[in-house]
Design a protein around this ligand. Structure first.
Ligand SMILES: [Zn+2]
Length: 575
């Protein structure tokens, strides 16, 4: 695979006339936050603009979005955002992006329907959204002199209207797979457009960027239709209420469940805001059939026997505010979970959520519900293609250059090896990582000049602005090891200490004899101050740094912890 230079120093310069830059500013080497910058002398746009959900070690953070630093010097040239599909890891950062740079957004109808709901919540104008039909084409930034034409090719995935993107550029045809699988039997009969992709391959494709999520799985991913078997068995084997949780954007899974509810004469109860919203959107776009008289309001659920109810709820990842979490806390009146009931999780665990999901299943069992999937058959099918499907795409498109995207670094490498096993030589496989720039020039010249600045921005909904990464780190330290304050009172004239420093702490575990330990720290603060050279004593910032370092060193040595240490130096005249 191609060697990589460490730093792309001239990234702030506009690309040369025959140069096209591709820069993933998120989504490579990690799951989530997918965003790809496409930049030439006359075109600049993003493919997808996703967010990453925070983990337990990012307290108080609601979402994580890419740092758009690369775009800053070229912001007045930004032309559009093109979307492959409506999953949060592809659209979640849009409100933050558009608030700053209100450019047109192109995508298919269901994708833009989801985006519209998000923009409304953030008070952003939906006029920016321009729906594109399957196989539709858009000239990006045409009036501004852009020269790239994009085309949306349908693909099967776990959300309606997902697409691959084809970019016709002066440097050749680029194919971006988006998230995809090659489902031979999709519920809505909307197949992955392999014929079109093959035709493009026949005519010559310069570069393929392809989804690497399931490269570790052999064979082919099961069809969405295969889930019906396991879910039907759950209907057959459940005497009480049937609770099913899945992703609220997985409209085809929900359709299968609704169809089964109709056949098994169960009323459908929806629990969870995003389920209400997404099903309403899917119905309005005719992506879902749900007769009104099958639906029952949660308030009326008590009017029906347990075996007359199918409860669809949010919370497949153990989210504490979800419909399922409320059920488990018995907060939904008239809808208890009892012996005889069954809970089916019809979704995969997103890495990192396993503990929350296991806790949730435990809670359901404690209430007497059955949660085991044994003997049911498949109740979930991945929306991402396995190895044979990834190989099919590479062979159909036959790109001059292959770039694995979407996945951990291990996934990307494995996908590169898969291409190699199909006969692609190392120089035709480019292993990118977050921020690394790939450049295509006229002819067939390709290079990787290095990385541009990238990173993560933290969003806290309550304060509605970006939170500095240092704040997140401080919160984590506070949570783990607490905080220690050292207050020094200094005579403004003589610069001498006027009293022994005071030590205060919260959430910090002192050694067994607290008083002695406080004295020890106070002594360290005093000694550090007294031994500090006069120029440091005069400089507030340097003095606080010196005190912080000295105290941290002693605390680490004596307690093996690293609390937040905050020295406070006060001038105390007249004491
Ligand atoms: Zn997706």
């Amino acid at each position: 695979m191609m060697p990589v230079a460490p730093e792309f120093t001239s990234w702030t310069e506009t690309p040369a006339d025959d140069e096209l830059r591709l820069i993933p500013i998120g989504g490579l080497g990690e799951f989530g936050m997918n965003a790809l910058v496409v930049h030439s002398a006359r075109s600049l746009f993003l493919v997808d603009c996703g967010q990453l959900f925070p983990s337990d070690d990012q307290p108080g953070i609601d979402s994580i979005v890419p740092d758009f630093a690369y775009l800053e010097p070229f912001a007045d040239r930004l032309q559009a955002v093109l979307l492959t599909h409506g999953h949060e890891d592809h659209i979640g950062a849009l409100p933050y992006f558009l608030r700053r740079w209100p450019v047109p957004v192109y995508g298919t109808a269901f994708t833009l329907g989801l985006v519209e709901g998000k923009l409304r919540e953030h008070g952003i104008d939906a006029d920016l959204l321009h729906p594109v039909p399957d196989y539709g084409r858009v000239k990006v930034g045409h009036e501004d002199g852009g020269e790239i034409e994009a085309q949306w090719i349908p693909v099967t995935h776990s959300i309606p209207d997902a697409c691959a993107l084809v970019l016709h550029t002066p440097q050749g045809v680029l194919v971006h797979s988006g998230d995809f699988k090659i489902d031979p039997d999709p519920l809505d009969s909307r197949h992955t457009g392999m014929d079109r992709l093959k035709a493009l391959g026949d005519a010559g494709v310069r570069l393929l960027m392809a989804d690497s999520t399931n490269v570790g799985r052999p064979g082919r991913s099961p069809s969405e239709s295969a889930c019906r078997e396991g879910l039907e068995a759950a209907f057959e084997q459940t005497k009480g209420r049937l609770f099913v949780t899945t992703f609220s954007s997985n409209i085809h899974r929900l359709q299968t469940l609704i169809d089964l509810a109709y056949e098994f004469r169960r009323r459908v109860v929806l629990l969870g805001r995003s389920l209400d919203r997404n099903l309403a959107l899917a119905r309005s776009l005719k992506r879902l059939a749900l007769p009104d008289d099958l639906l029952t309001d949660p308030k009326d659920a008590h009017l029906f026997d347990p075996d007359e109810l199918l409860v669809l709820c949010t919370g497949s990842q153990g989210e504490p505010m979800s419909g399922l979490a409320r059920l488990l806390r018995r907060e939904v009146k008239g809808l208890p979970i009892e012996p005889g009931d069954r809970l089916v999780v019809s979704a995969r665990a997103i890495p990192g959520n396993e503990v929350a999901i296991s806790r949730m299943l435990d809670e359901a069992e404690r209430l007497g519900a059955e949660t085991s999937l044994e003997g049911l058959g498949p109740v979930h099918a991945s929306g991402h293609g396995s190895r044979d499907e990834l190989a099919d795409l590479i062979r159909a498109v036959r790109p001059a250059q292959m770039v694995p995207v979407h996945g951990t670094y291990r996934n990307l490498r494995a996908h590169g090896k898969l291409a190699a096993s199909l006969g692609w030589p190392p120089e035709r496989i480019s292993l990118l990582d977050g921020g690394l720039c790939l450049r295509l020039f006229g002819g067939d010249r390709v290079d990787m000049p290095g990385a541009v600045p990238v990173g993560k921005c933290f969003v806290s909904e309550g304060v509605d602005h970006m939170v500095d990464a240092r704040v997140v780190k401080d919160r984590l330290i506070l949570q783990e090891d607490g905080v220690v304050f050292a207050t020094l009172l200094v005579d403004p004239q003589t610069r001498d200490l006027v009293a022994e420093p005071t030590i205060l702490s919260r959430g910090f575990v002192m050694l067994s004899d607290d008083e002695a330990y406080t004295e020890l720290l106070a002594g360290v603060a005093r000694k550090t101050y007294e031994e500090a050279p006069p120029e440091i004593r005069k400089d507030g910032e340097a003095l606080r740094d010196t005190l912080r370092l000295a105290l941290r060193r002693v605390i680490r040595k004596t307690t093996q912890t690293r609390p937040l240490v905050i020295p406070v130096v006060l001038e105390a005249p007249g004491i």
